[in-house]
Design a protein around this ligand. Structure first.
Ligand code: B12
Ligand code: SF4
Length: 452
């Protein structure tokens, strides 16, 4: 069956990212079914490109990957849903073949997106097993109801099958073919994406990651990960940075240490970034990461209030955030902490306490985000309600934004805009922007008026 894979994502902030998930799904059918990738990221006129792609390839199935629901600025003022609706309309105008959706954005709210976007099928979560099964069922016109995590319409009625009993074994998943994507990801953005495991065992209240990847950590062998890394560098000698896309790199901690040891032993020197958690962090890991050329870690610290951390079920305390920061600083490992301001149940006083905590912690960098619920994209009443506290939070950040030149505040464009990113890249800066903010700032010692 001829499958046209469409990567709908056009977001370029903070970087344009290779459609790694879609490449994994493509690899799962590449030998059995003729297929083609149509990546809309750099297309000037995506709808035209889609029409032409369909006309040219004459697919028997169109598979659309939806990575993001929200836009990147976390202001809650725009989302990608209307854009995906237009993509689907464009496919329908061009061909009668079935449309299958999937991807991390789709997986966050599959039922709602099936209603709103009306593709023929949707697959939530990892799709390397379900997708080939669905293609096979479509080809042989057989029953689809045994395929895991499938969403579809039966006589106009929406149906969803249960999640699989077990997630996939990482060693059995075929490697993504990165040669299929535009070289602009490397030449303009300089970052590649690499996965060392899937799954996060923690249960943070708001988090959608385990819906996508499951809760059981499924690790790849360090040798296999670094083999892939070496191949990436070999194919792209100018590559500047690798982003490890694992939900949390250091859980399990032993696996993270083994990956670092393998990187060190094999002499790989590409700077890299990952997500890390205060749980599962210790002095040895900090040292190993620094020796393995980790250029920085992003930590979802979320709040400076122990009550809020408890409510969010983060599983760590503010003291553990401080411990991580101290260990990182000692090893020369830059840490950037993400804070979510105004999560459900949070008061403005809690928000103030968090901002004071960040000032006191003084991490290498911090990203402050006014909380936006994914469901706001579908529910204008909820969006309006949530906007009240958000506007107060944004007002506070606006007032103090000049005091912390090494913080990023995406919602109000502080150290998070396309022009700044372009200037930095053209001046040879690579990797996540926050890693350069301290160096760029000539006002490092400014203190906040928030804390007296
Ligand atoms: C790493 C990461 C980043 C890194 C990426 C670095 C890099 N160079 O790749 C950075 C920090 C840059 C980033 C930025 C953003 N991210 Co991000 N990111 C992630 C994370 C942790 C992993 C993504 C990943 O690569 N996974 C590995 C691949 C293999 O998995 P996958 O894409 O899910 O693919 C599987 C399935 O989804 C499915 N699948 C994928 N495609 C398709 C297609 C079809 C047809 C089918 C059937 C199935 C299918 O099968 C795949 C293989 O199993 C996820 C959370 C998570 N754990 O999933 C968030 C996530 C994808 N990000 C998200 C968001 C919102 C963003 C930003 C918009 C936020 C921001 N303000 O920065 C930007 C957008 C960037 C961009 N250009 O698009 C959201 C998207 C959903 C949503 N809520 O909108 C997620 C899910 C996190 C969340 N909040 O819930 N991100
Ligand atoms: S540690 Fe990160 S990925 Fe895991 S549940 Fe919490 S927020 Fe989600």
């Amino acid at each position: 069956m001829r499958v046209l894979f469409v990567s709908g994502n056009r977001e370029k902030l903070p970087d344009a990212v290779v459609p790694l998930g879609l490449l994994y799904v493509m690899a799962s059918v590449s030998e059995e079914h003729p297929n083609r990738l149509l990546d809309l990221c750099f297309e000037e006129r995506p709808m035209e490109a889609l029409k032409e792609g369909i006309l040219d390839f004459q697919p028997e199935v169109v598979a659309i990957g939806m990575r993001n629901i929200q836009n990147s600025d976390y202001s809650g003022t725009s989302n990608t849903i209307d854009y995906y609706a237009e993509l689907i309309e464009t496919v329908r105008e061009s061909t009668q073949v079935p449309i299958i959706m999937g991807g991390s954005g789709f997986s966050v709210m599959p039922a709602e997106l099936m209603d709103r976007l009306r593709p023929d099928f949707g697959i939530s979560g990892e799709a390397e097993k379900s997708f080939p099964e669905l293609i096979h069922a479509l080809e042989s016109d057989s029953d689809v109801s045994q395929i895991a995590n499938l969403h579809y319409f039966d006589g106009g009625c929406k149906k969803s099958t249960p999640a699989p009993r077990e997630f996939l074994e990482m060693s059995e998943i075929r490697r993504p073919d990165r040669s299929l994507v535009s070289s602009r990801y490397r030449s303009e953005y300089g970052i590649e994406s690499l996965q060392t495991k899937r799954g996060c065992p923690l249960r943070c209240d708001y988090c959608t990651y385990p819906i996508i990847e499951g809760r059981i950590g499924r690790t790849r062998s360090p040798a296999d990960v670094v083999d892939e890394w070496v191949d990436i560098i070999h194919e792209n000698p100018d590559l500047h940075h690798v982003f490890i896309v694992d939900s949390v790199f250091n859980l399990p901690r032993k696996h993270a240490k083994d990956i670092c040891r393998e990187i060190i032993d094999r002499g790989v020197q590409t700077p890299w970034t990952c997500y890390a958690n205060p749980l599962g962090f210790d002095a040895e890991l900090a040292e190993l990461m620094a020796h393995a050329h980790c250029a920085g870690m992003e930590v979802g610290s979320d709040s400076g209030s122990d009550d809020v951390l408890k409510r969010l079920r983060k599983g760590f305390t503010t003291q553990q955030i401080r411990n991580l920061h101290d260990l990182a600083e000692k090893s020369g490992l830059p840490d950037c902490h993400t804070f979510l301001l105004g999560t459900p149940g949070e008061s403005f006083d809690d928000v103030l306490r968090t901002v004071e905590f960040i000032v006191d912690l003084n991490p290498f960098s911090a990203i402050l985000m006014a909380w936006v619920d994914d469901y706001e994209a579908l529910d204008p009443v909820l969006a309006k309600e949530r906007m009240v506290l958000r506007e107060k939070v944004l007002g506070l950040l606006e007032e103090h934004k000049k005091e912390f030149p090494w913080w990023s505040i995406p919602s109000i464009g502080v150290n998070y805009d396309a022009n700044l990113f372009d200037v930095l890249r053209s001046n040879g800066y690579h990797g996540p922007l926050w890693q350069h903010l301290r160096g760029l700032s000539d006002n490092r010692r400014s203190r906040s008026r928030i804390v007296s």
